[in-house]
Ligand binder design. Structure first.
Ligand code: CO
Length: 446
């Protein structure tokens, strides 16, 4: 039985986010966009995630202009973005009117597929973005933040996938941001999901631990329909499996992608030169390209490892590194096993660090950590015990509703507060995500 596997190319978003801190400007993309469009990828992931922040903060680029430019040169390929559910592209919960308008404008400016996820896998935080995408008639893919731990059974993931399908998702993505999947875990999970839902399954697994290509192959045999890859110059390490290698591996097999390797290699030549430029400027650190199975041992994503280490180094306490790593799963257990992905990875990592460095657990807690315990990010996969709650937030109330239910519509107020700087319909959304940097950008744009 033949089954053509579809490929989502991620070089313009996740791959460059994972390897060069999302610093690829549109000028570096322009010369190759038309060729990328000719390949016949299922989709081109090119927007959302950290690109929005990076455009404004570091590249002095209007992210909406970037999207429109990519659309102009890629007319035949579906453009895909990553959205953090109710957090949109920022780090807090937004009122529904902001989420709705953001999705509407993304679709209007060229997005065909929205991949939306919530760090806690709390479906209530995805409802508005899913509904908004349906309204725009674009494909909405709901992503499951994949993680491991005793509560993350097949049943847990199947149950979540069924809810996502019922909510209206057009497809489901297994989002393995921390590269925790092994080939065996992939087979089991994909089989269980294929049995439970009708909609297509897409596999997104990072290369960090060096297992991604194996997981992809096994995942396909188990029924995966679409896979995420990155063209080889920006593949492997903390990025994804190399596109050309996956295409070559599948040629003449039942899963042949039917993509043209010669054309892919022409595109590769372009990006190889670009890669050299980023290595020379120090943006691409070859250390990120070495496989690292520590993620599998500590269940801590690669980015979090290096963050913790650098924080410890700053205070001359590198010798506490292993102790902090061992504390991470304990903190995670205490607060209901949140998957470790933005923003929970930063929150849990910082708390583990405090617990070890201060020599007493929960002596000091960040506001974000308290908010997590108080339900302000949503419902954790497992409920938090009364003792832990008491220890961290005392007798403060715990939120039981969807966090955004407490938010009043914000768009009009946002518009009012930056009225004099608004030049386009999208500016207010830019401002909503990163007010200070957006203002700075508005003031200095030509
Ligand atoms: Co990713």
């Amino acid at each position: 039985m033949k089954k053509k596997i579809l490929i989502t190319e991620t070089i313009l978003r996740d791959a460059q986010q994972s390897l060069i801190a999302t610093r690829m400007p549109i000028e570096d993309m322009l010369p190759i966009l038309e060729k990328l469009d000719k390949v016949g990828f299922y989709s081109l992931e090119c927007w959302g995630g950290a690109t929005f922040d990076s455009c404004l903060r570091y590249l002095n680029e209007d992210p909406w202009e970037r999207l429109k430019t990519i659309k102009k040169y890629c007319k035949n390929t579906k453009l895909q973005m990553l959205l953090r559910g109710q957090n949109v592209l920022g780090y807090r919960h937004y009122a529904d009117d902001v989420v709705e308008y953001f999705v509407q404008r993304s679709a209007y400016n060229g997005i065909n597929i929205i991949r939306t996820f919530d760090a806690l896998n709390d479906i209530r935080n995805l409802k508005t973005s899913i509904k908004a995408a349906k309204k725009e008639n674009i494909h909405v893919q709901a992503a499951i933040a994949y993680t491991t731990g005793e509560v993350f059974t097949e049943e847990y993931f199947v149950n979540y996938a069924k809810q996502l399908e019922a909510e209206g998702a057009d497809s489901i993505c297994i989002k393995d941001m921390a590269a925790l999947l092994t080939p065996k875990a992939t087979i089991n999970l994909v089989k269980a999901l294929k049995k439970a839902v009708e909609i297509p399954i897409q596999l997104h697994t990072h290369y960090t631990s060096g297992l991604a290509s194996m997981c992809i192959l096994e995942g396909m045999a188990a029924g995966v329909d679409i896979v995420d890859t990155a063209l080889s110059p920006f593949a492997q390490g903390t990025s994804l499996a190399p596109t050309e290698s996956i295409v070559a591996a599948l040629q003449e097999s039942a899963y042949d992608t039917e993509l043209d390797l010669i054309l892919l290699n022409e595109i590769r030549d372009y990006f190889i030169n670009l890669r050299e430029k980023y290595i020379d400027s120090g943006l691409l650190d070859p250390k990120l390209l070495v496989s690292d199975t520590k993620a599998l041992i500590y269940q801590v994503p690669g980015g979090m490892l290096s963050n913790l280490l650098s924080q410890l180094k700053q205070s001359g306490q590198e010798n506490k590194f292993e102790e902090v790593l061992a504390e991470v799963p304990k903190v995670r257990k205490d607060v209901g096993y949140p998957p470790l992905v933005t923003p929970t990875s930063q929150i849990i990592g910082a708390q583990a660090l405090y617990n070890v460095v201060l020599g007493q657990r929960y002596k000091m807690c960040s506001n974000e950590f308290k908010a997590l315990v108080a339900g302000k990010y949503g419902r954790t996969p497992v409920s938090i015990s009364a003792e832990v709650k008491k220890e961290i937030i005392g007798d403060a109330d715990v939120l039981d509703c969807r966090p955004a239910d407490l938010l009043q519509p914000e768009l009009n107020n946002l518009k009012k507060s930056v009225k004099e700087f608004l030049k386009t319909e999208d500016d207010v959304l830019t401002y909503s995500q990163f007010p200070e940097i957006a203002l700075n950008f508005f003031k200095h744009r030509s």
